[in-house]
Design a protein around this ligand. Structure first.
Ligand code: PGA
Length: 263
């Protein structure tokens, strides 16, 4: 059985923007989008923004009436404890946050995130009812060394072990983000991205069967922008995009959302 997957367009603001910019951003975004919240929601497109911790509460308050979800960029797996500098799932839920990025390559590269911590965080999110957007992707050296399949398989194995069974796969999103395409202006071609998305879905099929795998949304990230989004979303295993740079500009991101609605 094939499950219809609702496309997702997720912005990743990284370490950008202040509370004082939030209202104006979303006013401009909604105006550029030119649709009512009902039209956007209608099961056609999930819109989500992963924003810095200091503006989560303000963004969640502004976005709720617009039918837009707000995500954290990282989370700890424990509910509370002596973990200076960390934020927990109950803290996110308290301010209206319903999702979080996990294992973004910048966290793997600069902040010692590992497959093991990614797995713990994914498991905690699934138990807590917060949507995990878990990132995987190879570096340029790994791609050039012919290691795409082994790197993605290794990263996916720890995520799938955390999921435990195929039942929760519609409550998980995997983001394929080739590290060499992030913030570089060098997008993977639609065919390159599709082939890794198909690999990810086949790994999930091996673990839990085709029906469970067809419920999983796999989004692409890495220099996605208004000019390439249509081509990427036309691929059969690409269920949306995780967008850094282009999500900082309301008009650009609205163009991408309109393109996603038209696919
Ligand atoms: P980019 O970032 O769109 O600026 O390449 C994507 C990401 O890191 O999520």
């Amino acid at each position: 059985m094939t499950v219809a997957r609702v496309k997702m367009l997720a912005g990743n603001w990284k370490m950008h923007k202040l509370n004082s910019e939030v209202e104006a951003f979303f006013a401009a975004f909604v105006q550029s989008l030119g649709l009512s919240p009902e039209q956007r929601l209608a099961g056609r497109l999930d819109l989500l923004f992963a924003v810095p911790a200091t503006i989560l509460a303000q963004a969640a308050k502004t976005c709720k009436p617009l039918g837009i979800s707000v995500a954290a960029q990282n989370v700890h797996w424990e509910a509370s404890g002596a973990y200076t500098g960390e934020i927990s799932l109950p803290m996110l839920r308290e301010v209206g946050v319903t999702a979080t990025l996990i294992g973004h390559s910048e966290r793997r590269q600069y902040f010692a995130e590992t497959d093991a911590t990614v797995a713990k965080k994914t498991k905690a999110c699934l138990q807590d009812g917060v949507l995990p957007l878990v990132c995987v992707g190879e570096t340029l050296a790994e791609r050039d060394g012919g290691l795409v399949e082994s790197v993605i398989s290794r990263q996916m194995q720890s995520i799938l072990a955390a999921v435990g069974s195929g039942a929760g796969l519609s409550d998980l999103v995997v983001a394929y983000e080739p590290v060499w395409a992030i913030g570089t202006g060098r997008t993977a071609t639609a065919a390159q991205a599709q082939s890794v998305h198909a690999l990810i879905r086949s790994l999930v099929t091996d673990a839990f069967g085709a029906s469970a795998a067809s419920a999983l949304r796999i989004v692409y990230g890495g220099s996605a922008n208004p000019s390439n989004i249509k081509e990427l979303l036309a691929e059969k295993d690409i269920d949306g995009a995780l967008v850094g740079g282009a999500s900082l500009k309301p008009e650009e991101f609205a163009k991408m959302a309109r393109a996603a609605l038209a696919v």
